[in-house]
Design a protein. Structure first.
Length: 134
């Protein structure tokens, strides 16, 4: 998969302590008609700042961040490239993008489907085991 464009609305205010919404356009079947993938990129320092703001020792559940050491163009591009590859059809970029749009019902539907697949797979395995051992 090839990257057409990486952009963000605003430059980071602080290269070491900030967060950016990054818009990634790929040369794929989805990136037509102005569609792009949106991911959030942040620094470890910003995560610490968030915890301080929440007065917490941990981050509350939220959608995933791509975490980089500094918010420079080169590092952002390298991080996006690592999420875009042909080996897994850009699975991680797509997952990080789609996470913000999923509803609980969507997740429950996926879990139900995976449960059914597991039940069917277990039944097949049990039948094969029984056939070999009887």
């Amino acid at each position: 998969m090839k990257i057409k464009k990486i952009e963000y609305l605003l430059a980071p205010a602080d290269l070491l302590n900030d967060c950016l919404d990054v818009f990634v356009t790929l040369e794929d079947e989805y990136c037509e008609n102005e569609f792009f993938y949106c991911v959030e990129i942040t620094t470890p320092q910003f995560l610490s700042t968030l915890m301080e703001g929440f007065e917490s020792d941990f981050l509350p559940p939220d959608y995933p961040y791509i975490i980089v050491s500094k918010l420079t163009d080169d590092i952002i591009e390298a991080s996006i490239k690592s999420f875009v590859n042909t080996r897994d059809d850009s699975y991680w970029l797509k997952l990080y993008h789609i996470t913000t749009t999923l509803q609980t019902e969507d997740v429950n539907d996926i879990l139900h489907q995976k449960k059914q697949e597991t039940i069917e797979s277990d039944a097949k395995w049990d039948a094969e085991w029984d056939a070999k051992n009887t």
